[in-house]
Design a protein around this ligand. Structure first.
Ligand code: ADP
Ligand code: MG
Length: 376
């Protein structure tokens, strides 16, 4: 059932409008966001649609095609609404906390972003609802301020310590472009990313290994990075350049921490190099950077799992230009850059490799860079 039909069924009336916000894949720049560094996501054609209509002031109800029951809430504080509806209650709370008079609303959501696969269905949900409430209430919230509000919903209300990447991508991406985002200044640059013109494609392989963000591993990586920055006397690891890396590593005693730092510093450099190559029209040449990013996540940041490693290795063996896990890690998706006509071959090879390894079958599809959050 689509969002409009779900709205009709639940509320017995027509919505005022439909708002959509996409999931994303991060082309490169993993775990750099909370280190004030650089990321380069693009929006997926898959998106969450929110059908929204008015309700009395101070009253919100939300239902989802993924859930049986509608959830109603009034003015709440973080923690009061739990479960999936917390993402929506969190958006209402974060908007109000930023001083906005959020209109009461009835909301029905539907999504074709796979939930919990590292493609950011959470940010798609937050961003679709946020955009809808801003439009419905005529609220004055400039585009560049919106990601931080959605992020607060997830960080403070839901209690998931994510960086600014997901919400920025869902809200600020443009069709046919990757979004080069400086996670310190929130400055963005739209980088042309038209694969079809080059005969190329990005194949996304969902490992279907469970992806969990709200758990200790993410928090532990984050803490390690923050502690390293403190020991090095810099505001964030972004402030260590590639040229300063060896020096910085020599000043850290802890072997694990050294590896975490090496991932972040080299990953920031890879993002900058990827942007340079894309701007120069050298799209194939970003392949080795993607693969190096994966090796760094596997060996230094230690956030990959056997399923994603196998997908990367198999894609490369079949002639992909590059491949890497995308998203926070511990499962989720792999993206591979390849000639468009090789997508089926690589998909079949990964399926076979998974079967031989006894893994749950993967799901794979090619993607293009879609638009960011918008009213339909
Ligand atoms: P990801 O963002 O990678 O998909 P997360 O764990 O961050 O994974 O977010 C997934 C969670 O977001 C789901 O478990 C659910 O609570 C919520 N969610 C996302 N989209 C929807 C939706 N359309 N309907 C209901 N809940 C959703
Ligand atoms: Mg998420």
């Amino acid at each position: 059932m689509n969002a409009r039909d779900a709205f009709r069924k639940e509320y017995g009336t027509e919505p005022s409008g439909l708002w959509a916000a996409p999931g994303r894949v991060n082309l490169i720049g993993e775990h750099t966001d909370y280190n004030d560094g650089f990321v380069l996501p693009f929006a997926l054609p898959q998106r969450t649609v929110a059908a929204v209509g008015p309700a009395p002031a101070g009253e919100w109800t939300v239902c989802s095609t993924f859930q049986d029951e509608a959830i109603s809430f009034g003015h709440t504080e973080p923690g009061e609404v739990t479960g999936w509806a917390a993402y929506v209650a969190g958006v209402v709370w974060a908007l109000r906390d930023a001083g906005h008079d959020v209109p009461g609303a009835r909301i029905a959501v539907d999504s074709d972003v796979p939930l919990g696969s590292g493609l950011s269905s959470s940010a798609a949900l937050e961003s679709s609802v946020l955009t809808a409430l801003i439009d419905l209430g005529g609220l004055d919230v400039p585009l560049e301020r919106r990601p931080a509000i959605a992020q607060r919903a997830e960080n403070v209300y839901v209690g998931a310590p994510t960086g600014i990447l997901d919400q920025s991508a869902s809200i600020r991406c443009r069709e046919g472009h990757a979004l080069f985002l400086d996670c310190r200044s929130y400055e963005v640059e739209q980088i042309p990313f038209d694969l079809a013109a080059e005969g190329l494609a990005i194949l996304v392989v969902n490992s279907n290994a469970p992806h969990q963000h709200v758990d200790g591993e993410y928090g532990a990586r984050r803490k390690s990075c923050e502690e390293a920055a403190r020991l090095l006397g810099v505001p964030a690891l972004r402030d260590v350049t590639g040229a300063e890396l060896d020096d910085a590593l020599a000043r850290l005693d802890d072997e694990v921490m050294r590896r975490r730092v090496r991932h972040i510093v080299t990953e920031d450099d890879r993002v900058l190099e990827t942007v340079r190559l894309l701007k120069a029209g050298q799209v194939r040449e970003i392949g080795p950077l993607l693969t190096a990013s994966h090796a760094s996540m596997r060996d230094d940041f230690e956030i990959t799992v056997p399923q994603v490693d196998l997908a990367v290795e198999t894609a490369l063996a079949e002639g992909a230009y590059g491949a890497r896990m995308t998203g926070g890690g511990f499962g989720g998706c792999v993206l591979t850059l390849l000639d468009a006509d090789k997508a089926d071959l690589v998909t079949a090879a990964v399926e076979q490799a998974y079967a031989e390894a006894g893994f749950t079958a993967p799901t794979a599809w090619t993607v293009t860079a879609g638009p960011g959050a918008t009213k339909l």
